[in-house]
Design a protein around this ligand. Structure first.
Ligand code: IMP
Ligand code: MG
Length: 175
C-alpha cells in the first residue's frame, strides 16, 4: 500500500504533545470527579486511546457509533446512530471525544440527544476543528488544533475507510 501522496500536517510528536496538554487540563478541571468519556466512532478511536491515558482521574469509556458521511468527502447532513452507549449517562459528567468538528452537525445532534438523558454535565473535546466549514456553532470545551479547510486523514481519520492507521495527520495530495 503506497502512502507517499499524503503530506504531513501534524506530526506524531505534535499530536502527542497536545494530547498530553489536553489530558492535564481535563484532569485539573474535573478535579477528582468521575468521568464518562464518550468516544465517537470510528474516527476518534485512536485519539480516545491516547487521551484517556493522559487523564488522571477515575473514568469509564463508552463508544458511540455515528455515521454522518458517505464514501466520499462531503457531508450528507444526516447523522445516524449505528451503535448506542452501553449504559445510561443520567447524573454523570460526560465528555464527548471527537476526531474533528467540521460542519458541527454531528456534535450539535449528539448534544441534543444526550441532553434528553439528563447527564450532570456535558462537554466536548475535539482533536481538530475546521472553522471555515461551520454550519452550526457548537461549543468545543477542549480543542487540539484549528486547521484550514483541507480534507485530512490519519490518526483515526479516514478517506473512504483508508488511512486511519497513519500515525500522523496529513493531507491527501491530488497526485
Ligand atoms: P461534521 O458533522 O460535519 O462536524 O463532521 C463530523 C465528522 O465528519 C467527523 O467526526 C469525521 O468523522 C468526518 N470528517 C469531517 N472532516 C473530515 C476530514 O477532513 N477528514 C476525515 N473525516 C472528516
Ligand atoms: Mg468523527
Amino acid at each position: 500500500m503506497t502512502q507517499t501522496h499524503v503530506s504531513t500536517l501534524l506530526s506524531t510528536e505534535q499530536i502527542a504533545a497536545r494530547v498530553r496538554e489536553l489530558g492535564a487540563q481535563i484532569t485539573k478541571d474535573y478535579d477528582g470527579r468521575r468521568l464518562v468519556l464518550v468516544s465517537v466512532l470510528k474516527g476518534s478511536f485512536i485519539f480516545t486511546a491516547d487521551l484517556c491515558r493522559a487523564i488522571d482521574t477515575q473514568l469509564r469509556i463508552e463508544f458511540l457509533g455515528v455515521r454522518s458521511y458517505g464514501e466520499g468527502t462531503s457531508t450528507s447532513g444526516v447523522v445516524q446512530i449505528t451503535q448506542d452507549l452501553s449504559k445510561p449517562i443520567e447524573g454523570e459528567d460526560v465528555l464527548i471525544v471527537e476526531d474533528i468538528v467540521d460542519t458541527g452537525l454531528t456534535i450539535a445532534h449528539l448534544l441534543e440527544l444526550f441532553r434528553t438523558r439528563h447527564p450532570a454535565s456535558i462537554k466536548v473535546c475535539s482533536l481538530l476543528h475546521k472553522p471555515a466549514r461551520t454550519k452550526i456553532e457548537v461549543p468545543i470545551d477542549y480543542l487540539g488544533f484549528t486547521i484550514e479547510d483541507r480534507f485530512v486523514v490519519g490518526y483515526g481519520l479516514d478517506w473512504a475507510e483508508r488511512y486511519r492507521n497513519l500515525p500522523f495527520i496529513g493531507v491527501v495530495e491530488a497526485k
